[in-house]
Write a protein that binds this ligand. Structure first.
Ligand code: NAD
Ligand code: LMR
Length: 339
């Protein structure tokens, strides 16, 4: 029977696609950095997801309060809070999906790469623990710079002998969320019907929305496409500047992170045709990691989908992003192997 448990858009649609939540398999999700600006609303949204049976909220501090608060919500999952490194193992043990929004956010004037020095070390230590306590979990990397933190995670897992390229994802869903919103506004389309693939990476010009493949189609001028592309690429900076020193996107990121984690859970549960864009190990270009549409399945990545037909403008954008993306990837690999 079909059970509708929640009206949170995008988060509960599996129950409409064949799983009553009572019969959905047990799934543990761990959020690392759960007391932060993204972590708190993301924990709330994961608590609302009927596919989750156990929710582990980890941070260096503050998680007992967040967990107590979220745990009172009358949805399926059991919530537990873990604070401090000595509790990290317990937080991770048995996790099917680990979401990582741990680390410092940007302030105005900074690039995502300016976060590297602090966040690279955080990601490295968290991934070392993942390799030890839940080596088969799907890892959803949110911490910036994603273009480098994903390669760092891969190297850490390789060194630990646990690397499975099908299970490591850089979360680029916020770029897709933004591209959909901005496109719907210009194309005067119903935003709920809009789809836009976004490929490349997750920083500045490495973010390449493919508006020529957007649906429903619209007759936008070259200038309009260029403006939409630029706004999508600068979406993070738009929020950083508006927040004026108080951090970067947290609420829209929590939404995007919840959408992507839900897609991972659906894939694990065998729901067919779950496709999201993500920054993964890839053969789509000559770069070792690249964001494109990915089909999710019982083992994580089932298929990395190609780029499809590109316009000349998109082809130019693709060539232009490669050197920056490659250097961010190499920076991550170098860091992981030097430290
Ligand atoms: P925040 O400072 O509000 O929260 C970060 C949290 O991480 C804090 O609670 C902090 O205690 C925790 N933390 C720090 N070190 C930790 C460790 N070793 N283990 C566990 N937790 C640790 O920041 P935020 O606004 O939530 O952003 C977090 C990260 O997400 C930033 O790097 C930001 O750039 C990134 N981000 C990525 C995207 C994306 O699209 N991928 C979007 C928005 C933000
Ligand atoms: C975003 O795209 O909002 C995030 O990557 C945060 C940032 O620094 O812009």
């Amino acid at each position: 029977s079909i059970v509708r448990r929640s009206s949170v858009p995008g988060v509960s649609s599996v129950s409409r696609r064949g799983f009553a939540s009572g019969s959905a398999p047990e799934r543990k999700v761990a959020v690392l950095g759960a007391a932060g600006g993204i972590g708190q609303p993301l924990s709330l949204l994961m608590k609302l997801n009927p596919l989750v049976s156990r929710l582990a909220l980890y941070d260096i501090a503050g998680t007992p309060g967040v967990a107590a608060d979220v745990s009172h919500i009358n949805t399926r999952s059991e919530v537990a809070g873990f604070a401090g490194e000595e509790q990290l193992g317990q937080a991770l043990e048995g996790a099917d999906v680990v979401i990582i929004p741990a680390g410092v956010p940007r302030k105005p004037g900074m690039t995502r790469d300016d976060l590297f020095n602090i966040n690279a070390g955080i990601v490295k230590s968290l991934c070392t623990a993942i390799a030890k306590y839940c080596p088969h979990a799907l890892v959803n990397m949110i911490s910036n710079p994603v273009n480098s933190t994903v390669p760092i995670a891969a190297e850490v897992f390789k060194k630990a002998g646990t690397y499975d390229e099908k299970r490591l994802f850089g979360v680029t869903t916020l770029d897709v969320v933004r591209a959909k919103t901005f496109y719907a506004g210009k194309a005067r389309a119903n935003v709920a019907d809009v789809n836009v693939p976004v490929v490349g990476g997750h920083a500045g010009i490495t973010i390449l929305p493919l508006f020529s493949q957007a649906t429903p189609t619209a007759n936008l001028s070259d200038e309009e496409i260029e403006a939409l592309t630029k706004r999508t690429q600068d979406g993070g900076t738009e929020v950083v500047e508006a927040k004026a020193g108080k951090g970067s996107a947290t609420l829209s990121m929590a939404y995007a992170g919840a959408i992507f984690a839900d897609a991972c859970l659906k894939g694990l549960n065998g729901v067919p045709d779950v496709v999201e864009c993500s920054f993964v190990q890839s053969n789509v270009t000559e770069l070792p990691f690249f964001a494109s549409k990915v089909r999710l399945g019982k083992n994580g990545v089932e298929e990395v989908l190609g780029l499809g037909q590109l316009t000349d403008y998109e082809k130019k954008g693709l060539e232009a992003l490669k050197p920056e993306l490659l250097s961010s990837i190499e920076k991550g690999i170098k860091f992981a192997n030097a430290n």
